[in-house]
Write a protein that binds this ligand. Sequence first.
Ligand SMILES: Nc1ncnc2c1ncn2[C@@H]1O[C@H](COP(=O)(O)OP(=O)(O)O)[C@@H](O)[C@H]1O
Ligand SMILES: [Mg+2]
Length: 473
Amino acid sequence: MLKFGHNLFNFEKNNRFAQRIIFLSIPTALVFILLVALQIMSPIMAIVSYASIIIFNVILLFPVTFEMQQVKKYIESLASGKDFDEISMKLSEKDSKAIVNAVNTMHSFWAHKTDILEAQTISDTAVLDSLPDPIMMIDRTGNILGANLSARTVFGKNITDKNIDRIFNSNNFIDAVSKVLKKESTSENLIFYVKKPVQQKLYAHIKQLPWMSKGRAVAVISIYDLTKAMKIEKMQSDFVANASHELRTPLAIISGFIETLQTTAKDDEQARENFLKIMKEQAEYMSSLIENLLSLSKIEMNLDQKPDGKANVSKLMQEVQEALSLKAAEREINIKIREESHIPEIVADAGQVKQVIQNLTDNALKYGLAQSDVTLSVYKADSIPPSKSYKVADGKAVAISINNKGPKISPENLARLTERFFRLQEHKDLNIKGTGLGLSIAKQIILRHRGNLTVTSTSYNGTTFTIYLPVHQ
Ligand SMILES: Nc1ncnc2c1ncn2[C@@H]1O[C@H](COP(=O)(O)OP(=O)(O)O)[C@@H](O)[C@H]1O
Ligand SMILES: [Mg+2]
C-alpha cells in the first residue's frame, strides 16, 4: 500500500525526471544566456530567475510524474493479479483519476467475463465427464486435445497430447479419422476392434467441428463399446440354440415312436401302451419347457419395472405348502414352516414371489432326500448380501430359506445352478423330470426386486436356498 507521506521513497530511481527538467529548461537557459550577453540582464539576476524557473518546473512536474508511476504500478499489479489498493493512491490529477477509473472498469468487465467462462468450463467438463461413453477432441494433426473422464478411464489417464494412432491400433479407424481431418468427409462412422487394454469391439463416430468453433480442436470422436452388446447378442443366440435343442429332443422321441407305432409295432398292444406313456411324458415335458420359456421372457420383458404391489410372505409360503402337499406326500416328505414373529409386508410382485418360493420348494421335494423334512423359514434381515453383478436394494429385508436334506452339491456345480438349462448329471441320470429353467426364473424375479439369492450345501445340513427381498423398493 502506498501513502503520500512516504511517496518519495517509492519514487522510481531511473525515472528520467531530472533529465526532463533539464531538457525543458534548455530554451529558457538559452534566452537568459542571450540576455546576459546583450547586457540586458545582470548574470546574478539571470541565475536567480533561471533557478526559480527550474524550481517552478520541478514543483509543477513532480506530481504528474509521480502519479503516472503510481498508475503504472497499479496497472502492473492488476496484470499480474497481485493486490494493490487503488484508494490509498490519493491521486490529485484529474487525468490520472480518469485513467485509473477506466482501467478499473475494464478490469472488472474482464474479471466478470473470466468468472462466467470459468463456471461454464467447469459445468461443461462436468457434463462431459458424466457421459458414460468416451469422447475426445483432436487437432488438425490428430493429437488429442481433451478427453472426458470415460475416455481417460478406458484408454489411459494421460492420453491428452498423444496422437490417436498411438492409442488406437486399428488402421480402419485411423483412416476414417484422417479422412475427416483432410476434410474429405464431414463425419465418419465405423465399427472396429482393439486388442489393448482388452479385446473390444468399438463403434466410433468422428465428426468435424463446425467452422465457427474457434480454437485448435477440429474434430470430435465419440466411442461406444459394443463388447457388452455383443455378449448379450451371443447369449441370446446361445439361448435360442439351447431352447431349440431342448425342444428338438422330445420331439424326435415322439416322432420316433409314432413311426414305430405305424410300422414295426403296429399290432403290438403291449408296446403301444408303453410308447404312448413315454410320448405323453415327452409332450408334458415340452409343454412345461414352453411354459417356462414364456415365463422367463415375460419376466425379462418387465425386468426394469419396479414392483409396486404388497406381499405377505408368510401367506405365500402357506399357499405353496398347500399347492405342493400332494407332491410332498408322494415322496413322504413333510413340509415344515418356521416363522419369526412380526414379519413385515414387503413391496413386491406377490405372484412372482410365490413363483420363486414354489420353484425352490418344488426342487427341494424333487431333489431332496425322501422321507425327510423340507423346511421353509422366514425371518427378518438387516440388509441384503451384495451381488457381484448388480446393486441390491438398501435397507431392511425379509429372508426366506428353503432347506432339504440330501447329498452335498459340489462348489463348482453350486455356482452353475442358476444357469439356463443347467441340471446336475446325477438328476438327469435318475430321470428326474425338469427343464433346468426354474432357478433362472427365480434369479430373474429376485433381480427385478433388487434382492439376492444365496445357496449353501453341506452333507450334514443338506441344501439351503435363501431368498432376500427388500422390505421397500
Ligand atoms: N434343492 C436342490 N438340491 C439338489 N439339487 C438341486 C436343488 N435344486 C436344484 N438343483 C439342481 O439344479 C438344477 C436346476 O434347477 P432348476 O433350474 O429348478 O431346473 P429343474 O428343476 O427344472 O431341473 C436341477 O436340475 C438340479 O440338478
Ligand atoms: Mg426346478
